[in-house]
Write a protein of this length. Structure first.
Length: 177
């Protein structure tokens, strides 16, 4: 009996482009029964890849820890071809880099999961930003220094009228001058 390995699969948050942020997951499977998983927190409105991880775990744990949690807490999961997942993630990074913003430091490590996957095999088009402009939305976990960095970078690149932003209440000192 020949063991077959599960084909590479990819998932994303169904409301990724509606909400501007969400998860993209790409999993490769080994004959050993392990999964190598790239997890990307994508901000398609502005920041590109805000967080990234590469994890190796048993296939069963991948299903219970990653996919089940994504379905429960991430608003569900939508199947995506691995080629389109790569194209989406790399497009988000390119968009943010064009704004002067770098991806999460672990992005390169997480990209190992893309080995052998060709983004050119995806015929979908992805649009970044919102209504033709970047939209920076401060999250509760963003430090004041990070918010200031993003606002300063965007203001320098695009001027204040070249992007939109939503900051938490009580953060007037972080608004651009």
């Amino acid at each position: 009996m020949v063991a077959l390995k599960r084909p590479t699969e990819a998932w994303c948050s169904p409301a990724l482009f509606k909400n501007g942020f969400g998860q993209v997951v790409v999993a490769r499977f080994k004959l050993s029964g392990d999964a190598e998983v790239g997890l990307f927190l994508a901000d398609v409105y502005c920041l590109g890849i805000k967080d990234a991880y590469l994890v190796k775990l048993p296939e069963r744990e991948y299903e219970t820890r990653i996919l089940a949690r994504m379905a429960e807490t991430g608003g569900g999961k939508e199947s995506l071809s691995p080629a389109c997942a790569r194209k989406l993630v790399e497009g988000a990074v390119q968009y943010a880099q064009g704004l002067g913003l770098a991806p999460h430091p672990d992005y390169k490590k997480a990209c190992r999961v893309f080995g052998g996957i060709r983004s050119e095999d995806c015929d979908r088009a992805f649009t970044y930003g919102q209504d033709g402009k970047p939209l920076f939305v401060q999250s509760p976990n963003d430090s004041p220094e990070f918010v200031q960095h993003v606002m300063t970078t965007l203001t320098r690149r695009l001027r204040i009228d070249g992007f939109h932003y939503i900051l938490e209440a009580g953060s007037p000192d972080q608004e651009p001058g």
